[in-house]
Ligand binder design. Structure first.
Ligand code: ADP
Ligand code: MG
Length: 274
C-alpha cells in the first residue's frame, strides 16, 4: 500500500511502528499488582506497537513482565495506567461485555498448558470459539483449520488421546478458526520437547506467512524467538531493545547481556515461591 507521504514524513518502511501498521499499540502502560506499599510493579511504562501480519516474539527473563504484557495487550487484564488500542479499539473505553466479545471474536489464544476441554472432541474444541460467538460452526470450516495444522484425521478423538504437540496444534486450530486480528501465545512450546516445539513454531509462522495472520509469542527460549521477524526484549518491566530476524545465537547473547541466565533466582513464573 503506497500512500505517498508528504516530504519529510516518515514512511512505514522507515518507521514500522506507525499507528497504521500496529494491530496493537501500548502507550505508557504501567501495571501494579497489589497495593501501593506491598504491591509488585510488573510493567513500568511500556510503549510498543505490535505489527500486523508479523510474527513478533516478546522475550525476557522470568518475572520481567512478559505474561503481564501479553494479558494487557489481549484485554485479559487492564493496565494501572496507560492505554492499549487493539485493532482500532481503545480497550479502556470498553465495558466488560464489549471486552469479552472483542476477546472472543478478534483474539486467539494459545497457552503453554494447551487448555483444551477434555470432555469435548477435537472438533468440538476447535468449534468452541464460534459457538461462544453465537454461531453454528460448519463441519467444513472446522475440518479446514484441522487440515491446516495437520490433524484432519483426528477430529473425533479426545484431547487425552493426543500427544502434547498434537494438543497444541488443536489449540492453534482453535485460535485460527475465528480468523482473529491477533493470535497471542504465552510460552506455547514450554511444555514440549525440542522437535515438537519446532513444529509448533513452524505452524505459527506458517499462519503468518501463508494466511496473513498476526502472531505474538511470549517466550524465554532463544530458539523459539529466532522464528520471529522481530524480537522485543523486556527486562524488569521495561523495554530493553529489539532485534530483527535474529539468529538463536544472537538472541541468547542479548539475553546473557541482561544477566538473564546468570540469575535464575526468581520463581519460574507468577505462581511460585514469592
Ligand atoms: P514473566 O511472564 O516475564 O515471567 P510476569 O508478567 O508473569 O513475568 O510477572 C511479572 C511480575 O509481576 C513478577 O514479579 C510477578 O511475580 C508479578 N505478578 C504477575 N502476576 C501477578 C499477580 N496476579 N499478582 C501479583 N503479582 C503478579
Ligand atoms: Mg510468564
Amino acid at each position: 500500500m503506497q500512500t505517498g507521504p508528504a516530504e519529510g514524513t516518515p514512511t512505514s518502511r522507515s518507521d514500522p511502528l506507525l499507528k497504521e501498521d500496529a494491530v496493537v499499540r501500548l502507550d505508557s502502560v504501567r501495571k501494579r499488582f497489589g497495593g501501593e506499599r506491598h504491591g509488585v510493579v510488573a510493567l513500568r511504562g511500556v510503549t510498543l506497537g505490535l505489527e500486523r501480519n508479523r510474527f513478533t516474539a516478546i522475550m525476557g527473563p522470568s518475572g520481567s513482565g512478559k505474561s503481564t504484557l501479553l494479558q494487557l495487550a489481549a484485554g485479559l487484564d487492564r493496565p494501572t495506567s496507560g492505554s492499549v488500542v487493539l485493532d482500532g479499539e481503545d480497550l479502556s473505553r470498553l465495558g466488560e461485555v464489549a471486552l469479552t466479545r472483542l476477546r472472543r471474536e478478534r483474539i486467539g489464544f494459545v497457552f503453554q498448558a494447551f487448555n483444551l476441554l477434555p470432555a469435548l472432541t477435537v472438533e468440538q474444541n476447535v468449534a468452541l470459539p464460534l459457538r461462544l460467538a453465537g454461531r453454528r460452526p460448519r463441519r467444513a470450516e472446522v475440518q479446514s483449520v484441522l487440515e491446516r495444522v495437520g490433524l484432519a484425521a483426528r477430529g473425533r478423538h479426545r484431547p487425552a488421546e493426543l500427544s502434547g504437540g498434537e494438543q497444541q496444534r488443536v489449540a492453534i486450530a482453535r485460535a485460527l478458526i475465528t480468523a482473529p486480528a491477533v493470535i497471542f501465545a504465552d510460552e506455547p512450546t514450554g511444555a514440549l520437547d525440542t522437535g515438537t516445539a519446532e513444529e509448533i513454531l513452524r505452524r505459527l509462522r506458517g499462519a503468518v506467512e501463508t494466511e496473513g495472520q498476526t502472531v505474538v509469542v511470549v517466550t524465554h527460549d532463544p530458539t523459539a524467538a529466532s522464528h520471529a521477524e522481530r524480537v522485543v526484549f523486556l527486562v524488569d518491566g521495561r523495554l530493553a531493545g529489539e532485534l530483527r530476524r535474529p539468529s538463536a545465537a544472537a538472541v541468547a547473547e542479548q539475553m546473557a547481556g541482561f544477566g538473564a541466565w546468570a540469575e535464575p533466582a526468581r520463581a519460574p513464573d507468577a505462581e511460585g515461591s514469592a
